[in-house]
Design a binder for this molecule. Structure first.
Ligand code: ADP
Ligand code: MG
Length: 679
């Protein structure tokens, strides 16, 4: 029989057969080691019960009580049985109701004392608890772990398997954290942490365990990211010569803002270095990032280097193409567009022309530019990330040139904590100044009974020669979306007899979408009804109203993006958020939109309200998921861990010194696992 180790499959544990192992697999748990690192999602605290008389109506409560009477089961209707019992907490009686859990009901014995949790309610002096969990009183002195489960796998099973795993294997865990880091940061040993994260001896032990594991997680990730950046920086790049961008500036119809000039200067300096630039250009919507990118492409072209510009959507690629062409072609720079609507023959021809160096700038969607496009001298890659792209796509193109310089444009002002993780020590240029003459967009939040008034308001502005968007949150790529958006647009026709109403949705072909956008741009369409496809970067300065239906269905970052579609010219603009949802969180979110236009504040609020799960750990960012750390609650630890990681790498860049190798191995693995994401 093979030796049983931490890396043995979970089936070596009691009661774990192929079936349960398959359930564990769904949760990413394959080996005993994985199981030990399968941290609880939260805990139930039975240590601090409240007397029923003091529990608040409608809250989740913990109450200790002795069962004094059990009522017979009462079938309510087919398949639903209600169980009731009466318990006494020493002062008052309270009723415990159990829906459909025979198991819980029969587990509770009259005369015995338990600690119950559940939703409490009071009704004319009667107390009631809708039971969610309970433990016998004698077992209540601890926190009970709660795991993220999957159907067929219960918390009890996980606890039992973990008890055995901790008992038999926790001693064998090698602690990858360097001893001196543990000492400096006053962190506990891994063995203690694992034991107490699953079976905490008390609140304090749980905190100590968690702190150590969160630190370890951030520390590992930081080491990996910092090392990745260093490697990128160490690679050779096309070293460009200084370029005078005065001709570029002179050709523009406006003068660049101070922030744009500064960013351009920073980029040009980077391009002259022997190592690849790795710079993030961050700027709120409307801050003029595209011009900065065009200046960079100009400098590259003057150095006989090609530039690839990647946009997240076809519409945006088309728009960037227009912009780049308009400013760069008069200066002798040749720009081409790679779109999905090209015929295979056209595509081949374009690619050949690119390979022959007949174009200086190629604009396209990420997919198109990446797909085996051959450049002859790719020197710069510009990625318009908007808020949809993360680390993943960034350097997929790296293999296509020597090691091109990379400039990422991000419209989402990322909260500092996230930026620290996503971008590590990426260089940053910030456009913190809007072009002159912009007026802040006025934001209104209204119920749908005001829709008619809002539409009248839109009509007045359209009559004055302006344009407007109406966005409906429909799921893209379904037939019902098509119908709903079309119906909506049709319903507006009577109301706007003198206007052309355009429709934009996810079912349209790229060419159709482009045609609609183009018409909107040319003011041949005055009112654009759209699903969320319009959200990214679209730039039509004559549009002054953005109305969003069912605004509650959008995230804050998305709403901020949508609002950024207006207020791009010198006319006063409005954003009307329509929502009938009065739930507290919705009101708070929409309130944030009303009260600020600062993208950083909004991003921070978004993170707070949504938690970091959405941002992080999703495949689209190409980052390993966080198993325990929280980006909103553990920011202090993140900074400490990052600092410690920097110090360790300064002392031992390859992590080969005694006591550091274990970490070195883990990081290398992390790279391999995420290779597709990170390279
Ligand atoms: P974003 O940062 O959101 O991508 P854009 O690059 O699309 O912003 O620019 C928004 C609008 O502002 C565009 O119409 C662009 O032509 C205009 N713009 C850019 N820079 C300036 C400037 N310095 N002065 C006036 N308008 C500018
Ligand atoms: Mg943009």
């Amino acid at each position: 029989m093979p030796e049983e180790t931490l890396d043995s499959p979970v089936t070596i544990l009691k009661n774990v057969g192929a079936k349960r192992a398959a359930l564990y697999e769904k949760l990413g748990v394959f080996t005993v080691r994985d199981l030990l690192r399968f941290y609880p999602r939260t805990y139930i605290d039975y240590t601090d019960p409240t007397p029923a008389a003091e529990c608040a109506d409608g809250e989740n409560c913990v109450i200790k009580g002795t069962v004094i009477r059990k009522f017979p089961p009462a079938p309510i209707r087919k398949g639903l049985v209600l169980y009731k019992l009466i318990a006494n907490d020493g002062i008052s009686n309270f009723q415990v109701t159990i829906f459909n859990s025979e198991y819980a009901y029969y587990g509770l014995k009259a005369g015995e004392e338990y600690v119950f949790t559940g939703r409490f309610s009071r009704n004319v002096g009667k107390y009631q608890l809708a039971l969610s969990t309970y433990v016998p009183e004698r077992e209540s002195g601890v926190l009970r772990p709660v795991y993220s489960l999957t159907e067929g796998l219960t918390g009890g099973m996980v606890v039992n398997n973990l008890k055995e795993a901790v008992e038999r294997f926790a001693d064998r865990l090698e602690d990858p954290m360097p001893k001196d880091v543990l000492r400096q940061q006053e962190l506990c040993q891994l063995r203690y942490a694992i034991e107490n994260i699953h079976f905490p001896k008390g609140r304090e032990a749980c905190e100590i365990a968690r702190r150590r594991l969160v630190f370890e997680e951030f520390f590992t990730l930081s080491l990996a990211l910092i090392r990745l950046r260093r490697r990128e920086k160490a690679a050779g790049a096309v070293q460009m010569k200084p370029v005078d961008i005065a001709p570029f500036e002179k050709s523009l119809p406006f003068s660049l803002t101070g922030a744009q000039q500064r960013a351009i200067r920073e980029i040009l300096e980077d391009l002259q270095k022997p190592n690849p630039m790795n710079r993030l250009l961050q700027g709120d919507v409307g801050s003029g990032k595209t011009m900065v990118a065009a200046a960079a492409a100009y400098a590259a072209a003057k150095n006989s280097c090609q530039t690839a510009v990647m946009a997240p959507t076809e519409i945006l690629a088309g728009q960037h193409y227009e912009t780049f062409k308009k400013v760069l072609e008069p200066l002798g720079i040749r720009v081409c567009l790679l779109t999905g609507s090209l015929t295979p023959k056209q595509k081949t021809e374009l690619k050949e022309a690119l390979a022959a160096g007949e174009y200086d700038v190629a604009v396209g969607t990420h997919a198109l530019v990446q797909q085996s496009t051959e450049f002859c001298s790719l020197g710069l890659v510009i990625t318009d990330e908007q808020h949809r792209f993360g680390v993943e796509q960034r350097r997929k193109l790296a293999g296509k040139g020597e090691s091109p310089h990379s400039l990422v444009m991000s419209a989402t002002p990322i909260p500092r904590t996230l930026a620290l993780i996503f971008y590590g020590d990426l260089d940053l240029s910030v456009l913190d100044e809007l072009p002159k003459g912009r007026q802040p967009v006025e934001t209104l939040v209204v119920h749908s009974d005001k829709r008619q008034r809002a539409l009248n308001f839109i009509r007045q502005h359209l009559d004055a020669g302006e344009q407007a968007y109406i966005v409906c949150p429909l799921i893209e790529d379904t037939d019902s979306e098509l119908r709903a958006a079309a119906q909506y647009a049709a319903s507006l026709e009577a109301m706007f007899p003198d206007c052309r109403i355009g429709l934009l949705h996810g079912r349209m072909k790229a060419a159709e979408k482009e045609a609609v956008m183009e018409n909107f741009k040319q003011n041949e369409i005055q009112l654009l009804v759209s699903t969320t496809v319009v959200e990214v970067g679209v730039d039509v300065p004559n549009a002054t109203i953005m109305m969003v239906e069912n605004a509650e269905r959008f995230g804050l970052a998305q709403l901020h993006q949508l609002r950024g579609r207006v207020g791009r010219g010198s006319k006063k603009s409005y954003c009307i958020l329509v929502s009938d949802n009065d739930n507290e969180e919705t009101r708070r979110r929409l309130g944030v939109m009303k009260s600020t236009s600062d993208g950083f504040v909004i991003a921070q609020e978004d993170l707070k309200l949504r938690g970091s799960g959405d941002f992080f750990g999703s495949r689209q960012h190409g980052m390993p998921a966080l198993a325990i750390a929280s980006l909103t609650e553990d920011t202090q630890l993140l900074q400490e861990a990052q600092q410690a990681a920097r110090e360790l790498l300064a002392e031992d860049p390859e992590l080969t010194k005694p006591g550091h190798e274990a970490m070195g191995v883990i990081i290398t693995k992390l790279f391999d696992q995420n290779k597709d994401g990170w390279n």
